[in-house]
Design a protein around this ligand. Structure first.
Ligand code: ZN
Length: 291
């Protein structure tokens, strides 16, 4: 296991216990989440060594169950995904002049493919080899390994997106410097991450599905993400809600807590979370940064 010596946001070295969470999807092991005493940043510590992290991604458990309630979850997930792709594309278009889009952690390439079929020039980066091959074979888009981020010329992209990816990145500061280098001076960076200060996080506590230990190494609040990016010279331009995430996360959290997705409780939880979310207590949020 790897122990973090300094907080990646403020470099503080003193942490206190925050929560103990279980990995419900792969290992069924428990992991500690701690909070930095100086800046309140929250992270999984200790965590598996970087070379072992891949083991914790080997599961198709998320939405692959065949019972009827999970079937509903699966269907809703697909409807939500097509809606989400459209709105993410519209968001990127509303900001960036089109020099090229880079999607980091593109997975099986749904967003890349959607944007390529619209009017964007796209590049993707994805650490998982099977996912890279999938995108190549199914969408005909070449996706790069992570080390390509160090090789591209400076300011190559006018839009860089990381949809629920930053919480998985082992070295935050190094990655943010790479983003800064790759982003055009007039470009925008779009970062979507879960928000542990949301109502649904509060309601489910250690069962909140978006803690997702140990795959989620970092657990961001609106304050910590702003502080972290400010440190690297980024300015937060806008924060947007991801309104469907509270429902999906609540369904998974119900499953972890009670053994079944409990559809109505989850919808009620998602609704309550959204109604009380105000400006920055949404289950997941998109942060738009400029240099
Ligand atoms: Zn700190």
């Amino acid at each position: 296991m790897f122990k973090i010596s300094h907080c990646p946001v403020c470099s503080g070295a003193e942490f206190k216990g925050y929560l103990t969470c279980k990995d419900y999807t792969v290992s069924q092991k428990e992991f500690e989440i701690v909070q930095c005493k100086s800046c309140d940043f929250v992270f999984t510590d200790p965590r598996p060594e970087n070379t072992d992290l891949g083991e914790y991604y080997k599961s198709d458990a998320y939405i692959s169950h065949s019972d009827s309630s999970a079937g509903i979850v699966n269907k809703l997930y697909k409807i939500a995904r097509s809606f989400t792709l459209k709105s993410k594309y519209a968001l990127v278009k509303s900001f960036a002049e089109q020099k090229g889009l880079l999607d980091i952690g593109c997975g099986t390439g749904a967003f890349l493919n959607y944007c390529a079929h619209k009017d964007l020039v796209v590049d993707g980066v994805e650490p998982d080899e099977d996912a890279r091959k999938f995108v190549q074979n199914n969408h005909g888009i070449l996706v790069h390994e992570e080390d390509q981020l160090k090789k591209w010329e400076a300011q190559k992209f006018s839009a860089i997106t990381m949809w629920h990816v930053l919480e998985h990145v082992p070295d935050l500061n190094e990655r943010i410097q790479e983003l800064k280098n790759l982003l055009d001076n007039n470009g925008r960076l779009f970062v979507a991450v879960p928000n542990y200060t949301s109502g649904d996080a509060n309601r489910y506590g250690k069962y909140w599905a978006a803690y997702d230990v140990p795959r989620h190494l970092w657990h961001f609040s609106p304050k910590s993400i702003r502080t972290l990016f400010n440190k690297h010279g980024f300015v937060l331009e806008r924060t947007l809600p991801m309104k469907l995430d509270s429902f999906y996360v609540s369904m998974l959290s119900e499953k972890y807590k009670n053994g079944s997705p409990r559809f109505l409780s989850a919808v009620w939880s998602g609704l309550k979370s959204n109604l009380a979310a105000g400006d920055d207590k949404w289950s997941s949020q998109i942060y738009v940064f400029k240099k």
